[in-house]
Design a protein around this ligand. Sequence first.
Ligand code: ACO
Length: 320
Amino acid sequence: MARHSFIAGTGAYLPECIVTNDELARSVDTNDAWIHDRTGIRQRHIAGPRETCAHMGAAAARAALCQAGAEPGEVDAVILATSTPDQAFPATALRVQAELGIANGFGFDLAAACSGFIYGLSVADGMIRTGQVRSALVIGSEVYSRIMDWHDRTTCVLFGDGAGAVFLRATEEPDRGVLSTHLHAQGGLGDILYVDGAVGRHDRPGTLVMNGREVFRHAVTRLVETVEEALAANRLTHDAVDWLVPHQANRRIIDAVARKLGMNAERVVVTVDRHANTSAASIPLALAEAVGDGRIRRGDLVLMEALGGGLTWGSALARF
Ligand code: ACO
């Protein structure tokens, strides 16, 4: 078998501060029943002043290296997916590189909104396949609390902060590893979910704006398409999949995709109830939880999928 990557370790970091729906309802006109019925969310973690994208990403990456039994010196590349970096530059990936004491290799940030982890996994796996690197940290780290309009009840109830990471190593073992990744984007749909500013704009840093109904409609259609694409490319059916680890945007989107694929709820990893939507961090956070509690085991086939601002979307299939 040709060289490819496998997930040797997973790690997570969640801020200590938890804000429940009831607590949120004290500052914005909403309630637990509305939020839970429409999204499945009960609470979210919110970063404190010292919990930045780099800080959380480094903590998750350290945990992934520890689980893999790897030393920082073994890391050839750090790829960090985020929409909420610490600074315009240096890349937050390099702040993480420095914090972990990684002296070699290279690193960069990747912006693909909620699909960022799938994009990062795809880039890292490609680099390992071509022999450019032997290993890579792929991190999703987000502080969406800092790009929320906390007066807009239609968006601020949906998101949370956190970071997740995986450590990829090269392998030629045929029975494990990343089998495929599929990426998509449609820039023409950029206006249904975006941040209305950036560091490059003198007038505003920006907050998140969303047409929820449009996002919902595209999400279910595109996610089912890309999951079917992944299965077809590997000549597999959904019965072969042990775990679906979806981007955790919304319980109704997760359930609709699982239903269309004929996958029962016991095979779907769900964290949105406790983490809300942590964008690029949501899949590696869910992976870390399910590996940590023993649900995902060596040999299991795991299907990941995400859709986010851009629009971007994609899927990845990996044997643990
Ligand atoms: N609390 C109470 N009421 C609210 C809230 C709130 N937090 N937010 C909106 N409402 C009200 C609206 O004002 C509206 O009231 P009205 O009928 O008097 O005008 C009513 O609830 C219905 O609003 P809708 O926007 O039509 O609600 P909908 O059923 O579409 O649900 C939601 C909104 C949950 C955002 C839904 O569209 C959705 O799930 N969209 C997917 C978007 C998503 O998950 N985005 C995450 C980022 S993208 C990604 O990661 C894939």
